[in-house]
Write a protein that binds this ligand. Structure first.
Ligand SMILES: Cc1cc2nc3c(=O)[nH]c(=O)nc-3n(C[C@H](O)[C@H](O)[C@H](O)COP(=O)(O)O)c2cc1C
Length: 507
């Protein structure tokens, strides 16, 4: 297969300094009229082809660098070294694979409802008013799962978010203690009517939560009348512990089946059941949804969490007047957990006929593609939009299309579930072959991190020449665990092309 991900050696420490500003000052002063901010954004979101097209072969190394002088960091800190980033990328971009086909169709569908692309806003604050959805639709999102509608009043806390930050300014993970839509049902129905009139081709997913069967039926019927295309049952909000509400439904097969049936009674629209990851196994709950008549599963909602404790005030975060609560965790950190659930659902034969709408930590087109490869037919996003705005849709769409064009895949539908069968039981994993690491000394910084990790967290297979600052591998001791590769900051360790057969351990 055409390799889409040559290891581009970009200086991400520099890239991570970029604040992805609104109305970027760097862009306004470029003498060549390059969309500097957009190029930086495409690089940040790993849309390398898109960045290369926008850079258009321009070598910025000889320019006086007005973009760097205009950078908002200039004067306070060292500005982002944009020229270095761009010239480094220009060199590397020659390694990007060429297109095999001219066009890629990224349209898809949810149970017969057509989506112009697989990207929807997920139900949350990012899709909670007419104006917000309208701006998102204009930006290119195919649809929105609207903030969960209910008939009981909401009374939100302040503050209601906390975050774990990564090494850059972005969130590694994000916690919220928010509940449901604070508009009345009628206000929300009016929003649906207006959205449908203005954007007939965009898809409205009506997320609902009833207090009893009658109300589930009623809300589904109202949403259909107001123009929604799909109903999503919120059986998974972790921020309400009342019996028969939110997460408690998603933890009970009986309630999932009963309330799904109630929703189906009120509507002919496709029904997605949104499930919680706060369980051990999602499959029995998904099967209960299927028995209730669900047409698809949406997963995951947020994960019960405490992001931290303030060690000065001794209160867990976020502190609401000196108290906190367990709340829903989302964003980049939850992606591996979300992918695991998507994989479980798509590998269950009894669920083959159900659509899977995947979410949890999607920030880039690669993240989205991973959900699709494991079986999601559509994907939804909240936390990345909360951080970076609706504009991330540009690189989601562009990056996905570029990937498909390079791979020669004309239809997104051919990618759905393409990697599902590679996830197997632990008993079916090959254990008699070793893949050794290969050291690319020309790239090595000589930091010795591989050596430290192998000594204290591996199999003592790497020695370190302190004078030459060079690591050496002892293949006799190496078990091919690849810890060295993962800790190497220079990406100077690669995998050997061929695995080596190892004698099986005596039984
Ligand atoms: C602030 C916030 C509010 C949310 N509100 C809802 C909601 O009303 N209904 C719902 O089904 N999910 C809600 N979610 C969950 C998201 O729709 C989504 O399932 C989850 O955040 C994982 O995706 P992400 O990592 O892209 O954010 C909310 C999430 C956040 C962060």
């Amino acid at each position: 297969m055409n390799k889409i991900s040559p290891k581009l050696f970009l200086d991400f420490s520099e890239m991570n300094k970029c604040l992805l500003c609104a109305d970027p000052a760097c862009e306004k002063v470029c003498e060549r009229n390059l969309p500097v901010g957009e190029i930086l954004r495409s690089l940040y979101f790993e849309n390398y082809h898109g960045a290369a097209v926008k850079l258009n072969g321009n070598d910025c190394s000889q320019c006086a660098g007005p973009c760097e002088q205009a950078c908002v960091l200039s004067g306070r800190k060292v500005p982002v070294q944009i020229q270095d980033i761009f010239s480094g990328f220009l060199n590397e971009s020659t390694r990007l694979p060429a297109h095999r086909i001219e066009e890629a169709d990224i349209s898809t569908e949810i149970c017969g409802v057509k989506l112009e692309n697989p990207f929807l806003l997920s139900s949350s604050v990012v899709a909670s008013s007419y104006d917000m959805c309208a701006r998102a639709f204009r930006a290119g999102w195919a649809g929105a799962a609207f903030k969960t509608i209910c008939s009981f009043p909401q009374h939100e806390a302040s503050p209601r978010f906390s975050a774990i930050r990564s090494h850059s300014h972005s969130f590694a993970g994000f916690k919220n203690i928010e509940q449901l839509s604070d508009h009345s049902v009628e206000e929300n129905m009016q929003i649906f009517r207006e959205l449908k009139k203005e954007f007939p081709d965009k898809v409205i997913v009506a997320s609902i939560m009833g207090m009893n069967e009658e109300e589930w039926t009623y809300l589904a019927a109202e949403c259909e009348k107001a123009g929604a295309n799909i109903i999503e049952c919120n059986f998974s909000c972790p921020n309400m512990e009342d019996s028969d509400l939110g997460i408690t439904i998603g933890q009970s097969e009986e309630l999932v089946e009963r309330f799904t049936k109630a929703v189906k009674k009120g509507t002919k629209l496709p029904v997605l059941v949104k499930l919680t990851p706060n369980i051990t196994d999602m499959v029995p709950l998904a099967l209960a949804a299927k028995r209730g008549g669900a047409d698809g599963i949406a997963a995951i909602n947020t994960i019960n969490s405490i992001t931290g404790v303030n060690i000065d005030t001794l209160v867990a975060e976020p502190s609401v007047q000196g108290r906190s609560m367990i709340g829903g965790y989302s964003g980049a950190a939850v992606k591996p957990i979300a992918l695991r659930f998507i994989s479980d659902l798509s590998n269950c034969k009894e669920l083959y006929d159900l659509h899977i709408s995947g979410m949890g930590g999607i920030e880039t087109w690669r993240d989205a593609l991973e959900f699709i490869l494991l079986g999601a037919g559509s994907v939804q996003v909240t936390t990345a939009v909360m951080q970076y705005g609706y504009r991330i849709i540009d690189d989601l769409i562009d990056g996905l299309k570029e990937y498909m064009k390079c791979k020669g895949i004309s239809s997104l539908k051919d990618l759905i579930g393409a990697a599902s069968s590679t996830v197997v039981a632990h008993t079916d994993i090959e254990r008699d072959m070793v893949v050794f690491p290969v050291f690319r000394h020309e790239r090595c910084y000589g930091c010795g991190r591989c050596y430290i990790s192998c000594m204290d967290g591996g199999h003592q297979a790497i020695s370190f020449d302190y004078e030459k600052r060079k690591p050496h591998l002892d293949p006799g001791k190496c078990v091919g665990c690849h810890l060295c590769m993962l800790v190497c900051p220079a990406r100077a360790i690669e995998t050997a092309r061929k695995p080596v057969h190892r004698e099986p351990l005596p039984k």
